[in-house]
Design a protein around this ligand. Sequence first.
Ligand SMILES: Cc1cc2nc3c(=O)[nH]c(=O)nc-3n(C[C@H](O)[C@H](O)[C@H](O)COP(=O)(O)O)c2cc1C
Length: 204
Amino acid sequence: MAASVERPRLPRLTKKNDATGFIFYRSVYVLDRNTDLETAVLDKTQLDPLTYRHAMSRLAGHVHIVTAEHRGERRGVTITAACSVSDNPATLLVCLNATNPKNGIFTDSGSFALNLLGADQMDLAHVFSGKNHVDPTARFEHGTWGTLETGAPVLQQAVAAFDCRLIDIKTVATHIVLFGEVVAVTLGEQKPALVYLDRDYRTL
Ligand SMILES: Cc1cc2nc3c(=O)[nH]c(=O)nc-3n(C[C@H](O)[C@H](O)[C@H](O)COP(=O)(O)O)c2cc1C
């Protein structure tokens, strides 16, 4: 029979202002009596963005370029926020900043492509993140781009590319989450991946 679990008593949260002006709440540590481990208890709605971003900088993310085409206009954005959802039917998601009006093309288009970058493609990541201030219309002059089924731009030198039909959109906080059913895939040269970790590019 399972031992009865004594729920820890939580101290009151203390509201503070940090140097950046963000309001945050003091982390509360409680002793988990069953495991003798200290467990951080945070109200997720109260965590300040800087602390969250600092912790997330330790999460390694594969670097991709997500693309869309609508009425002759193309857009590509360097992202790390993408993952697989299901293999049947093949489905993935990407998260895009909803506060950037230029990202409206992704919802207007009805399709998008996720292009996985390799270790030798950091220059492309810079171009499509706006770091080099390359004009958005000139960004596709970098790399060789084609299309598969949907018409979304597909990078011919991508490690892999997933051509997706947009099947759902959720707006969550500052971002839109695009769900795509994968309708075509390309497999490029197998080579080390380009990842982003500790606020810098790495290779794996
Ligand atoms: C490594 C890296 C990862 C990024 N990940 C995302 C992401 O997951 N979602 C997103 O909306 N923007 C992400 N960005 C920011 C976009 O690349 C950037 O804001 C956008 O390309 C700016 O486009 P614009 O110059 O056309 O406005 C990331 C940038 C970098 C450098």
